[in-house]
Design a protein around this ligand. Structure first.
Ligand SMILES: [Mg+2]
Length: 404
């Protein structure tokens, strides 16, 4: 039997939360931005989007398109708490919820929608509940797998509801540009475009063998996607795999190529990454450094070692080693540090006293910052670094969603 899967996508989520809490902004072009003067737009309202304003633009570019746009500084706490409230509402409809990101959820209502009516009636009740209780608009896509449910919600934003069934499937997905389809990234889209394959309809005309020869196993997936075949398993938090990498990044107040300044920023980033690894009881053996130049050119270099690590000191050392190996061509605008190839930490004591001391120091720092906040304690060299209020990453997910 086909499943009934819904994709719930909050409309301009951060901006909608801000407008809700600040009614005079209603109907006006607004955008949520970072506190840092030089970050980009995180969430423009639909009014701003109608001027061509998009996520990822600089404030200057947005102002050019839409001189009256109002910028609001992001307040991550508000968004995470709204996300938790949405999850609570969804749990009143089904226990099968996948928190895909802070503002997107897949739910499986195959066995529960009968309690509320048809799938469409159920979706309307969900939309109403979220709007009435939280004052936030969303769009819901309904279908029998996650790919089609996601395409359905994208098809009718904002404040929409759309269903893809076998009958309308091909006419809805056929004309979609492959670049706009969830699961087909920019580099694959470019390759497909170069082969003259622009839409899912074009992709559907290509043979399995050709795609497999060109893209390997992923080619098989593309073959299926063009036919609307996709995964229908909603991954509830208890079944979720552990994060594949843990990282933080920051944009600086001023571009710099001063290696000593960059090293200080790396210490702050390494501390954040190490702290999260330890909080989740993880260690990793690959450290990656992302550099964004003044011109926005961005690249990542990584380094793997044999040992699994999660101390600030060791992550920082590797990040600095990578930085030293790069010949900086331009002043740097942003740095990011991440750790991957993760596994559960099996701390059983240390061979060396020095190592144990570091571990204890990290544990104490973690505890203090969890009690008093990030800025309560830090390394002396970081005290000089001007702190920016951080925006939450869209990939943020609440931990322990099961408990709500
Ligand atoms: Mg959204």
């Amino acid at each position: 039997m086909n499943k009934v899967i819904m994709h719930i996508d909050m409309d301009a989520f951060f901006a909608s939360v801000e407008v809700r809490d600040n009614p005079p902004l209603k109907g006006k072009p607004t955008a949520v931005v970072g506190a840092n003067e030089r970050t980009v737009l995180v969430s423009p309202s639909y009014e701003a989007r109608s001027f061509g304003v998009r996520t990822g633009m600089t404030k200057t570019a947005a102002k050019k398109l839409c001189p009256l746009i109002k910028f609001i500084v992001a307040d991550s706490k508000k968004y995470t708490s709204a996300c938790r409230e949405i999850i609570k509402i969804l749990y009143t409809f089904t226990p099968y919820i996948e928190v895909y990101s802070i503002d997107e959820f897949f739910i499986d209502v195959t066995n529960s929608h009968h309690l509320f009516g048809t799938p469409e009636q159920t979706a309307i009740m969900i939309k109403d509940a979220i709007k009435n209780k939280l004052g936030l608009p969303c769009t819901i896509g309904i279908s029998y797998n996650k790919l089609l449910a996601k395409i359905a919600s994208d098809n009718n934003k904002p404040d929409g509801l759309f269903t893809i069934e076998e009958e309308n499937r091909d006419s809805v997905i056929g004309p979609l540009d492959v670049a706009s389809v969830w699961g087909i990234g920019p580099s694959t889209s470019k390759k497909l475009h170069n082969m003259g394959i622009r839409t899912l309809g074009d992709l559907r005309k290509v043979s399995y063998n050709f795609l497999h020869g060109r893209f390997g196993a992923y080619g098989g997936l593309l073959y299926n996607m063009s036919r609307g075949i996709g995964d229908d398993e909603v991954v509830t938090p208890d079944k979720e795999e552990r994060a594949k990498s843990i990282g933080h990044s920051m944009t600086f107040k001023e571009d710099t190529r001063d290696i000593n300044v960059l090293k200080v920023y790396l210490l702050e980033l390494s501390r954040k990454v190490a702290e999260r690894l330890r909080r989740e009881n993880l260690t990793g053996r690959c450290v990656a450094l992302t550099v964004r130049y003044k011109s926005f050119q961005t690249f990542t270099r990584q380094k793997s070692i044999d040992a699994f690590i999660n101390t600030t000191g060791r992550i920082h050392k590797l990040a600095c080693d990578i930085l030293k190996s790069i010949d900086l061509k331009e002043p740097v605008r942003l740095l990011g540090v991440s750790v991957s190839i993760l596994r559960q930490s099996d701390y059983k004591g240390f061979l060396f006293k020095e190592e144990e001391k570091k571990h204890k120091l990290d544990a104490v720092l973690d505890e203090i910052s969890s009690m008093y906040g990030d800025e309560a304690i830090t390394f002396a060299s970081l005290a000089k670094v001007k702190k920016h209020k951080r925006i939450i990453s869209p990939a943020w997910r609440p931990s322990g969603t099961r408990n709500y």
